[in-house]
Design a protein around this ligand. Structure first.
Ligand SMILES: [Zn+2]
Length: 213
């Protein structure tokens, strides 16, 4: 079987970036601390494209190249008709798997050896498709297709406050991140779960969130 040549690219890894804290810190960590040359990958949802504006601020600041994949159509067709009960958390079961599989396929197709994902401990505890066990399931899939690409989740054991501390040490301006499911005029709504997690994490550190001041 012909194997992929995963050293042919000029990029060291692909990093999934959402515009939130975890993936932003991960991107800066790889560039500033590890001196790596990543390619950023953003999944674009055209109904909430404000996230991309935050992503662009950081990739421009770091001079990192970026690719986008528009998955709006997938999200739209997964919305069930009114006659079918919807999940209260709004999640699409196997949705994370779809996105991660697309990201892995992209990484392998571009001959890049690693895919980095900024999952943290809270993500892992809140949803099965974010757990280390589930990541191992995807890694097993990579072995079955005889790919040498690695799926890396270096923050999986870190809390959000530990990740923010890492970002503060690097000198990241957290004004360039957004953690909100339903922002109002591109500002944190201060009501959703993402806003709550962000607020708790900054409070644990005893640091003011510049986004809220
Ligand atoms: Zn919010």
């Amino acid at each position: 079987m012909r194997r992929e040549n995963l050293t042919a690219s000029r990029y060291d890894m692909v990093v999934m970036v959402s515009g939130g804290i975890d993936s932003t810190v991960l991107l800066y960590d790889l560039v500033c601390n590890k001196k790596a040359n990543p390619l950023a990958l953003h999944f674009l949802n055209l109904t909430s494209s404000y996230e991309y504006s935050y992503v662009k601020k950081n990739v421009n600041n770091l001079r990192v190249d970026i690719e986008t994949i528009d998955y709006s159509h997938f999200l739209n067709v997964c919305v069930p008709p009114r006659s079918i009960p919807r999940r209260t958390d709004g999640r699409i079961v196997f949705g994370n798997t779809v996105v991660l599989s697309m990201a892995l396929a992209f990484t392998i197709a571009r001959s890049i050896p690693e895919l980095y994902v900024g999952l943290n401990k809270v993500d892992s505890e809140s949803y099965i498709e974010n757990t280390p066990v589930f990541m191992d399931y995807l890694r097993h899939g990579l072995k079955i297709v005889e790919s040498e690409c690695s799926l890396c989740t270096p923050y999986h054991n870190l809390s959000k406050s530990q990740i923010i501390k890492k970002g503060i040490d690097i000198g990241i301006d957290f004004n360039t991140t957004l953690s909100c499911i339903s922002p109002i005029n591109e500002k944190q709504c201060n009501k959703c779960d993402s806003c709550r997690d962000r607020k708790i994490a900054f409070r644990e550190l005893g640091v003011e969130d510049p986004k809220l001041t």
